[in-house]
Design a protein around this ligand. Structure first.
Ligand SMILES: O=C(O)C1=C[C@@H](OP(=O)(O)O)[C@@H](O)[C@H](O)C1
Ligand SMILES: C=C(OP(=O)(O)O)C(=O)O
Length: 409
C-alpha cells in the first residue's frame, strides 16, 4: 500500500485519540500469564507483534513464526527452552533471520537449555527442545540488546532456584530491563538489580493479579511530532497514559519541551499542547535509554528546521532495518544533510524541504510512522505504508481523524 500524504486544513488541531497497550508490556505480560495462568491482562496491544506472541505461546510443537517481532523472538526462545516436553522451530521474517540471537542462546545453553541453529550460526531459525533448566547463574553481554536480558528475567521465577545474572559491558536500553523487573514485582516476585547484577527469586505460584497495560509511549511519539510540527494552540489528548510510566519512551514529555510542546497528565490521559514555537537552532540527546524515539525526533527536527545530534544509537543497526542507514537515505531524499557513525546521527538544519518525495520504509513500522507527521510541512508519499501494523495497525486511520489528507495510490 502506497499512501500520498498532505495536510490542507488550518494547522490547529484539537482531537482525542485512544492508543492501545504498549507492545513491550503486552508481550512481557503474556509470557508471565503463560507461566502463571491466574494473571489477567487489561488493555492488550492490538499490534501484529502482540498477536504473534499470543499465537506462539499456544504452540507446543512444530514451527512458530513470529514474523518481524523482536520481543516475541527473544522472549519465546527463553520460554520454550524452559518448557519440558515442548519442541519447536522458532523462526521469523527474512530480516528476523538477520537479527542476532547468539547472546541469548549461549546464556540459555549455559543454564542447561538445548537449542540448535537451523540455518546460520547465531541467527534464527532455531530448534528448541524444552528442558528443565538446572543451573541458576549466568553472565552475558549487556550492550547489544536488552531483550536478551528481559527474556531471561521473565522465565526466572519459574526456574527451580531462580536466576542470578551478571551483566557484562555497558547496559543498554535500561528502562526496558526495569519494566521487566517492575512487572515481576507486580506479580509478587522478589527482584534485586544492583550495579551489574540482577537476582530473581523463584516463585511457584502467584496470587490473582490483573496487569493493566499502559498505552504505548512509542506510538505516542508520532503525536508529539504532529503537535510540534503544527501551529501554536494545537492540542491532542491521548489515552490511557500515566505519569509514573514503566516505559522509557515517556521521556518524550521532557524532550518535546524543547520543541514548544507541553504535556499535562490527568487521571488516565495526557494532553499535549503546542504552547510556543521553538527558537532552538540545534538539539543534542543521548537516546540509549529510548532508542525507538530516534526516528521520530530526527524527523521532527527536520520539519522544524532544527539541527540535531542524536547519540546512544548503537542498537539501531540490528532493529527492523539498519535504522541509521535508512534514516540517512530518506532524510537526504528530502534535501537534508545527515552524518552517521556506529552510534549517532547528526542532522544539519534545512531551510527548504523538497516536496512530493517518496519515502521507503524498509519493512520498518517506525520509518513509516516517523515520516507521516511531516505531511504537515510538505506533501510526501509513504511506500509500503501497511508496515505500521507491527506496532500500531490504526495509525493511518488515526492520522485521518486529525485531518491529514491520505490518498491510496
Ligand atoms: O524489551 C523491549 O520491549 C524492547 C527493547 C528495545 O530493544 P533493545 O533492547 O534491543 O534496544 C526496544 O528497541 C524494542 O522496541 C522493545
Ligand atoms: C525495535 C523494535 O521492535 P523489536 O526489536 O521488538 O522488533 C521497535 O518496535 O522499534
Amino acid at each position: 500500500m502506497k499512501l500520498q500524504l498532505s495536510y490542507l486544513q488550518e494547522k490547529v488541531i484539537n482531537k482525542t485519540i485512544k492508543i492501545t497497550g504498549s507492545k513491550s508490556e503486552t508481550n512481557r505480560s503474556l509470557l508471565l500469564q503463560a507461566l502463571f495462568p491466574n494473571i489477567t491482562i487489561e488493555n492488550l496491544s492490538n499490534s501484529d507483534d502482540g498477536e504473534v506472541m499470543q499465537k506462539g505461546l499456544k504452540k507446543s510443537t512444530g514451527e512458530v513464526d513470529i514474523h518481524h517481532a523482536g520481543t516475541a523472538m527473544r522472549f519465546l526462545t527463553a520460554y520454550f527452552a524452559s518448557q519440558e516436553g515442548k519442541e519447536v522451530v522458532l523462526t521469523g521474517s527474512k530480516r528476523m533471520q538477520e537479527r542476532p540471537i547468539k547472546v541469548l542462546v549461549e546464556a540459555l545453553t549455559d543454564l542447561g537449555a538445548e537449542i540448535a541453529y537451523v540455518k546460520e550460526q547465531g541467527y534464527p531459525p532455531i530448534k528448541i527442545t524444552g528442558k528443565k533448566l538446572n543451573r541458576s547463574k549466568v553472565s552475558l553481554p549487556a550492550n547489544i540488546s536488552s531483550q536478551y536480558i528481559s527474556a531471561l528475567l521473565l522465565i526466572a521465577p519459574s526456574l527451580e532456584n531462580g536466576l542470578e545474572l551478571e551483566l557484562v559491558g555497558k547496559i543498554t536500553s535500561v528502562p526496558y530491563i526495569k519494566m521487566t523487573l517492575a512487572l515481576l514485582d507486580q506479580i509478587g516476585v522478589n527482584t534485586q538489580f544492583e550495579g551489574n547484577s540482577i537476582k530473581i527469586k523463584p516463585k511457584n505460584e502467584v496470587k490473582d493479579t490483573t496487569l493493566v497495560v499502559e498505552s504505548d509511549w512509542s506510538s505516542a511519539s508520532y503525536f508529539y511530532s504532529i503537535v510540534a510540527l503544527s501551529d501554536v494552540g494545537t492540542k491532542i489528548q491521548l489515552s490511557s497514559y500515566k505519569k509514573n510510566s514503566l516505559q522509557g519512551d515517556s521521556v518524550l514529555s521532557e524532550i518535546y519541551k524543547d520543541f514548544g510542546v507541553e504535556t499535562s497528565f490527568s487521571e488516565n490521559q495526557i494532553t499535549i499542547t503546542k504552547a510556543a514555537n521553538s527558537k532552538l537552532a540545534t538539539v543534542t540527546y543521548d537516546l540509549s535509554n529510548a532508542p525507538d524515539t530516534a526516528q521520530t525526533i530526527s524527523v521532527t527536527c527536520l520539519g522544524l528546521n532544527i539541527g540535531c545530534h542524536l547519540s546512544g544509537l548503537h542498537t539501531l543497526p540490528i532493529k527492523e532495518t539498519d535504522r541509521l542507514a535508512a534514516m540517512k537515505t530518506e532524510l537526504e531524499k528530502l534535501g537534508a544533510q545527515v552524518d552517521i557513525d556506529a552510534e549517532s546521527l547528526t542532522l544539519h538544519a534545512l531551510e527548504q524541504m523538497k516536496s512530493g518525495v517518496s519515502i521507503d520504509t524498509y519493512n520498518d513500522h517506525r520509518m513509516a510512522m516517523a515520516f507521516g507527521p511531516l505531511a504537515l510541512k510538505t506533501k510526501l508519499i509513504i511506500n509500503d505504508a501497511g508496515v505500521v501494523s507491527k506496532s500500531y495497525p490504526d495509525f493511518w486511520k488515526d492520522l485521518g481523524t486529525l485531518g491529514f489528507d491520505i490518498i491510496e495510490m
